[in-house]
Design a protein around this ligand. Structure first.
Ligand code: C2E
Ligand code: CA
Ligand code: CA
Length: 638
């Protein structure tokens, strides 16, 4: 039988290169990388055995005795071990421990046992494979046990990972699956041949694919600071949590880093971050460093209080000295928070929430502070998470309700508009006030979906009740600044209005002053664009703290809504009374219409009407009520 060693030599070169690249990475310390390296090394051993066996025994005509038996057994043992390690690799990658799933564990152990038994059995019987000086690798039909074990292991790895892997990984998985399928096909083709000339090569190509797709440096490392990135933090924390391995996290959030970027330029800023990241890698011997946010790092330490204390001391000591780049020397300050698993959170999501919450708390406490999650009141956070879930559930089940509160027109002496107010009742938490859940929905972005849902319900209501036929001219809808900042906000609102055939004159959008104060280009564009289409705007909660007349000038508000506290104060305090009177006078000069909110008594109504408020809204007239009840109120009043 003639064949050359060229393929094996090329294969060996590729493998050695993969090994070198892999070892040169900082991410070698993670288990997935170690398992990958194990596969590469095993494959290198397999190829070396194959080369040795051929070269020594053929080219140099060594006798096929003990050495050939040893080498060929090592070759097969190692070659068929790679798929089993691959299975382990995929399990590690998925981050889900086999411990928690007995069935999956048995299915995992099955090929391991078959493999071990077959390899041992062959050593004594040569019943599967052997070396023959004339024919090379001699195989019996029984080799199919190993071929099937290989195909099984690869399939197991892919299926297990596809069931548990999160985020972005699916397309990668498909590529890996194709590479593995090629190995399977090659093995089946080679099954009837006397020598496995190409199997090693194909396995190596598959390892190369795995290296490029799953071991890709840029997927694991933060490019600029060369520490592990956020994806890896997720992956490794998840893996630690499933294995119930304790750990501590020290989180650094640099204070006012924007200032460094602004003052010294982004290049200096980047160099500072590189230095901080590098310093963190030297703080502990084994701890891993991740970039968590633009100016945030996480140091993961094996759970031992003494390590955390030492790390904290070293970090604080270092931050007492300047960070120096070529020509700039800057003192940086950092707030630090410490989170430990499992004390501060039992699941991955909990831990991430606690990290974010503790960073926020540390920042609120002031520059340079250290916050321990165990000292924080995590109940607030838990409550927030429960509310978040309740909102998501209500959106999914479409149980969000919109109530309407009539607004009295003092000139026409009837109700000419109403404010739409969202209502949420949860099975477990009961009724949740909007000023509790709206800010939470704003924080996590749910407000965008929720806001559109509310807007659609309002349009549906206007159309269904045919409000044009009533005294109600328009409905005031609260919109959050988060919504207003969305690029497609205008189009989405207009589309909904078109669908329900609602005129732009039938909608008034209420924006709060805090929202307006956050003036960004998109916000201005969106408001201007809707305004030119005929939608009017109200500035909500005027006088509640952020009164900046500049915004009344900047945005085209048709209506100003006086905050209910301002209204109530005016009746309790003489100075506040004067302020209200002159505020109304000034706003009238500015030619905007005025709504007084929180009108609860006859006295308030008469006074506010007398000083010139155009509209009155409050419990004196009606609370916010469901659609039907609102329609009754309107009909009775007219
Ligand atoms: P807001 O826009 O200032 O809404 C007026 C709030 O005052 C409403 O509370 C209303 O029920 C209450 N109110 C009205 N008249 C009186 C009165 O005479 N006395 C008293 N004590 N209260 C009165 P609600 O419905 O709890 O809403 C609270 C806040 O939640 C709203 O303040 C608004 O900022 C937000 N919100 C409500 N619905 C929505 C919505 O659909 N979208 C958005 N983005 N925010 C909403
Ligand atoms: Ca409002
Ligand atoms: Ca208001």
């Amino acid at each position: 039988m003639q064949w050359s060693n060229d393929v094996d030599i090329c294969t060996l070169i590729i493998l050695v290169l993969i090994g070198i690249f892999q070892c040169s990475k900082n991410c070698i310390s993670i288990k997935r990388s170690r398992v990958f390296l194990a596969m590469v090394l095993l494959q290198i051993i397999a190829v070396i055995c194959s080369l040795t066996v051929r070269t020594l025994l053929i080219d140099f005509a060594f006798e096929s005795g003990l050495w050939s038996t040893v080498l060929v057994n090592i070759f097969y043992a190692v070659q068929y071990l790679v798929p089993i390690v691959f299975m382990e690799y995929m399990v590690v990658w998925s981050g889900r421990s086999l411990k928690v799933d007995v069935k999956a564990k048995i299915l995992f152990l099955l090929p391991v046992v078959i493999y071990a038994v077959t390899i041992l059995w062959n050593i004594f019987t040569k019943g599967l494979y052997a070396w023959d000086a004339q024919y090379g690798f001699l195989k019996t039909k029984a080799v199919w046990v190993l071929v099937l074990t290989t195909i099984y292991s690869m399939t197991y790895g892919i299926v297990y990972a596809s069931m548990h892997i999160r985020k972005l990984a699916f397309s990668k998985l498909v590529i890996i699956a194709i590479a593995e399928a090629t190995i399977a096909v090659e093995m089946l083709i080679q099954y009837n041949r006397s020598h496995d000339e190409f199997v090693s090569f194909i396995v190596t190509v598959a390892l190369l694919v795995l290296y490029l797709v799953a071991q890709n440096q840029s997927d694991m490392m933060d490019n600029s600071t060369q520490v592990l990135n956020r994806n890896m933090l997720d992956e490794l924390l998840r893996s630690n949590i499933t294995h119930e391995k304790k750990f501590d996290l020290v989180i650094l959030a640099l204070d006012d880093f924007k200032f460094v970027n602004k003052t010294f330029g982004v290049t200096v800023g980047d160099m500072m971050l590189i230095q901080v990241a590098y310093f963190l890698t030297t703080v502990t011997e084994k701890g891993k460093v991740y970039r968590y946010g633009a100016d945030q790092f996480v140091l993961e330490i094996e759970s031992e209080d003494v390590y955390v204390d030492t790390a904290l001391r070293r970090i604080q000591e270092r931050f007492r000295h300047p960070w120096i780049t070529e020509d700039v020397s800057v003192m940086l300050s950092t707030t630090i928070s410490c989170v430990s698993y499992p004390k501060d959170g039992a699941t991955m999501a909990n831990i991430i929430d606690v990290i974010d919450y503790s960073i926020l708390s540390a920042k609120t406490n002031g520059r340079g502070t250290v916050v321990y999650a165990k000292d924080l009141n995590l109940n607030t956070l838990r409550e927030e998470k429960r509310i978040e879930k309740a909102v998501e559930k209500a959106i999914a089940n479409d149980t969000i309700q919109v109530y309407y509160q009539p607004i009295f027109n003092t000139e026409k002496q009837c109700y000419t508009s109403a404010e739409a107010l969202v209502r949420l009742t949860d099975e477990d938490l009961g009724s949740i006030p909007p000023d509790i859940f709206i800010p939470i929905a704003e924080k996590n972005g749910t407000i965008i979906k929720l806001g559109l849902m509310i807007f659609e319900k309002v349009c549906h209501f206007i159309a269904k009740q045919n409000l044009r036929e009533t005294s109600i001219e328009y409905i005031e809808v609260n919109v959050s600044v988060v919504q207003c900042m969305q690029q497609n906000f205008v189009d989405e609102l207009l589309q909904i209005m078109k669908r329900y055939n609602v005129g732009t004159d039938q909608i008034n959008l209420e924006v709060t002053e805090t929202a307006a104060a956050n003036s960004l280009v998109i916000l201005q564009e969106n408001i201007d664009s809707l305004y030119t289409k005929g939608i009017s705007f109200s500035l909500d909660d005027y006088g509640s703290g952020y009164s900046t007349l500049g915004y009344i000038h900047q945005f085209p508000f048709n209506i100003i809504k006086l905050d209910r506290l301002m209204v109530w104060d005016a009746f309790a305090n003489e100075k506040a009374g004067i302020t209200l009177k002159y505020t109304v006078g000034m706003l009238k000069e500015l030619k905007v219409r005025i709504v007084a909110e929180g009108v609860e008594t006859q006295e308030q109504k008469s006074y506010l009407e007398a000083i010139g408020c155009d509209y009155l809204q409050g419990w004196y007239y009606s609370k916010a009520v469901p659609e039907d009840e609102f329609m009754q109120i309107i009909q009775q009043a007219s």
